[in-house]
Ligand binder design. Structure first.
Ligand code: FES
Length: 125
């Protein structure tokens, strides 16, 4: 039923087979996100500059199936990086993908690495 949702699977670092060059560091706003496309997936990539960290997750919000998470506000929930969907403010951990203020399905998360001035997102296929 949720075929769009099903195409997003959390990829742990040890299951990465493809490092996809998403864009240059300068293409991402500091403490904000941008959307990239990999195959048929839209992936939200966040430059959590104040923590010196990067995160990636599906751009698809499981609440109303909107491709919006890259435009969400990022922040911190008891030390866990999170993103709030810009539509109805459901929040998700950027580390585990868990919905932090409800019982929605978790979002898929992906590893990010920086090499030189490029940002890479890890996928299993
Ligand atoms: S569409 Fe994301 S919270 Fe409603």
């Amino acid at each position: 039923m949720n075929t769009m949702l099903d195409s997003y699977k959390t990829t742990p670092l040890d299951q990465v087979n493809v490092w996809f060059e998403a864009a240059k560091i300068s293409d991402f706003p500091k403490d904000g996100g941008a959307c990239i496309k990999y195959k048929n997936k839209q992936i939200a990539v966040f430059n959590f500059a104040r923590e010196g960290k990067w995160y990636a997750c599906q751009n698809l919000c499981p609440h109303k199936m909107e491709m919006v998470l890259s435009r969400g506000m990022i922040g911190d929930d008891k030390g866990i990086a999170k993103v709030a969907c810009p539509m109805h403010k459901k929040t998700f951990s950027l580390e585990t993908g868990e919905n932090l203020n409800g019982d929605l399905a978790s979002i898929a998360t992906y590893p990010v690495k920086i090499e030189g001035d490029s940002v890479f997102v890890g996928f299993s296929e």
